[in-house]
Design a protein around this ligand. Structure first.
Ligand code: PMP
Length: 427
C-alpha cells in the first residue's frame, strides 16, 4: 500500500488547524494519520494514492444510498447548470419540505438551514421563545453540534478529545444547560421539578457516544414528562432521520416530539440541516413570527436537489428491511467473534447504525461508554484500516451501513474484524 497520507497530513497541518476541517477526522484518538480521500463510489472510498477502503463512515451518516449514486450526481449536475444560489425561494424547496412534513411524525412545517449545528441552535431558540423559559436539558454523551449552549458534556469529537467544555464558551451561556444521564428518567424528572425548563433535547438513538439505544419506555417517558412540566421535547434526528426508518426514530419508536432537527441524509451529502415541528411553534419563526433565524445559502438549490432525489429513492426502494438484515448479519458476526474468544467487548445496533464497544456492555449511557478501553479500540481501528476497512476513528462514534453494502462486504468485514480484534487484545 503506497502511503503519502502522512505527508499530506503534515502539509495540511501548516494551513488548517490540526490538518482537518472537523476534529474527529484527524485520527488523533487512534494514533494514526487519516487517509486523504480523492473519490468514492458505492461502498468504497479511495485515497490520493489509490488505496481502496470499504467505508462504514458514509460521510458520518448522509450516504445511505452509498457514494456517488448516479441519480443524485445527475440531479446535482443538472441543477448546477441552472445556477448555484439565488437567495430567493425555489419550487424545489417546497417539494423537499413536503417530503418531510408528510412523513416525519409531528413535523407540520420545516425550515431549511445549512448544518445540523444550525438546526439545533435554531430549534433551541424557538423552544426558549415559545415557552418563555431559558434552561434546557441535554444528555451526557449526546452531541447536538458545536453551538455554545450544547458544548457541555457533549459526545462525538468533544468526548473523543476530552474537552467537554470548550474554552471560549462563556459560563453565562451554559448556566442554563442542564445535564442528565441518558436513559435516566428519574434524573430528568428531578431537573424538571427544580427548574423552569424550556426543552429536553435528545438523540432518540444516541450515535455520538458509540451507539446507545433508548431503553424501552425512555422516549415515551420523556414525552410524558415534558408534557407534564410544560417543556418541549426536541428529537435531534440529524443522524437518525431517514436512517432508522423513513420517518426516523420518531416513526420507528412511535413517539412524536414537538420539534425535530434534521440534517445529513436530507441533503444527500450536500451541506444542509433543517428543523421542523408543530405548526403553532414553527409559525413563531420569522418572518411569520418574531423568532429570528435566517441564512444566505439556506435552501441552496444544489443541496435541495441532492436531498430530494435521495428521499425519492428511499421512498421508492424502501431499503430499511434490507438495512436491518445487513445490520443483523454484521451484529451476529461480531458477537460470534466476541463470544468465541471471550473478549471484553460488545456490539450494539439499531437498524443501520452500530458500534463495537471495547467494554463488556451493555452500554446504556455515557458513564458506561467512558469505561471503554479506548486504547484497545485504537489498535482495532488501526488493524481495520490496514485491511482496507474504514471505520470512524473513535470509540465514541457509530458506524453506518448503506443500501449499497452487500452481504459479501459484511462477510469481508467480519473476517477483517476477527483479525483486528485479535490484534487489539494481543491474541
Ligand atoms: N446533531 C447530531 C445528532 C449529530 O450527530 C450532529 C453531527 N454529527 C449534529 C447535530 C451536528 O451536525 P453538523 O455537523 O452538520 O453541524
Amino acid at each position: 500500500m503506497s502511503n503519502r497520507n502522512a505527508e499530506f497530513f503534515e502539509q495540511a497541518a501548516k494551513v488548517i488547524p490540526g490538518g482537518v476541517n472537523s476534529p474527529v477526522r484527524a485520527f488523533g484518538s487512534v494514533d494514526g494519520t487519516p487517509p486523504f480521500i480523492a473519490r468514492a463510489a458505492g461502498t468504497r472510498v479511495y485515497d490520493e494514492d489509490g488505496n481502496e477502503y470499504l467505508d462504514y463512515v458514509g460521510s458520518w451518516g448522509p450516504m445511505i444510498l452509498g457514494h456517488a449514486r448516479p441519480e443524485v450526481i445527475e440531479a446535482v449536475r443538472e441543477t448546477a447548470t441552472r445556477g448555484l444560489s439565488f437567495g430567493a425561494p425555489t419550487r424545489a424547496e417546497i417539494e423537499l419540505a413536503e417530503r418531510v412534513t408528510g412523513r416525519v411524525p409531528g413535523v407540520d412545517m420545516l425550515r431549511l438551514v445549512n448544518s445540523g449545528t444550525e438546526a439545533t441552535m435554531s430549534a433551541l431558540r424557538l423552544a426558549r421563545a415559545a415557552t418563555g423559559r431559558d434552561s434546557f436539558i441535554k444528555f451526557t454523551g449526546c452531541y447536538h453540534g458545536h453551538g455554545d449552549a450544547f458544548l457541555v458534556q457533549a459526545g462525538s469529537g468533544a468526548a473523543t478529545f476530552g474537552v467537554p467544555n470548550s474554552p471560549g464558551v462563556p459560563e453565562a451561556v451554559v448556566r442554563e444547560t442542564l445535564v442528565a444521564e441518558y436513559n435516566d428518567l428519574a434524573e430528568v424528572e428531578a431537573l424538571l421539578t427544580d427548574n423552569e425548563v424550556a426543552a429536553v433535547i435528545v438523540e432518540p438513538v444516541a450515535g455520538n457516544m458509540g451507539l446507545v439505544p433508548p431503553d424501552p419506555g425512555f422516549l415515551e417517558g420523556l414525552r410524558a414528562l415534558t408534557s407534564k412540566y410544560g417543556a418541549l421535547l426536541i428529537f435531534d434526528e440529524v443522524m437518525t432521520g431517514f436512517r432508522l426508518a423513513y420517518g426516523g426514530a420518531s416513526e420507528r419508536f412511535g413517539v412524536t416530539a414537538d420539534l425535530v432537527t434534521l440534517g445529513k441524509i436530507i441533503g444527500g451529502g450536500m451541506p444542509i440541516g433543517a428543523y421542523g415541528g408543530r405548526r403553532d411553534l414553527m409559525e413563531q419563526v420569522a418572518p411569520s413570527g418574531p423568532v429570528y433565524q435566517a441564512g444566505t445559502l439556506s435552501g441552496n438549490p444544489v443541496a435541495v436537489a441532492a436531498g430530494l432525489v435521495t428521499l425519492d429513492i428511499l421512498l421508492k426502494e424502501n431499503p430499511y428491511g434490507y438495512l436491518e438484515e445487513l445490520g443483523a448479519r454484521l451484529e451476529a458476526g461480531v458477537q460470534a467473534t466476541i463470544d468465541k474468544h471471550g473478549y471484553p467487548a460488545s456490539v450494539q445496533r439499531v437498524g443501520a447504525m452500530s458500534c463495537v464497544y471495547f467494554h463488556t456492555g451493555p452500554v446504556r449511557n455515557w458513564s458506561h461508554a467512558a469505561e471503554s478501553d479506548t486504547k484497545a479500540f485504537g489498535r482495532y481501528s488501526t488493524g481495520m484500516i490496514k485491511q482496507g476497512i474504514y471505520l470512524a476513528p473513535s470509540q465514541f462514534e457509530a458506524g453506518f451501513l448503506s443500501s449499497a453494502h452487500t452481504e459479501a462486504d459484511i462477510d469481508r468485514t467480519l473476517t477483517a474484524g476477527a483479525e483486528a480484534m485479535a490484534e487489539a487484545f494481543g491474541g
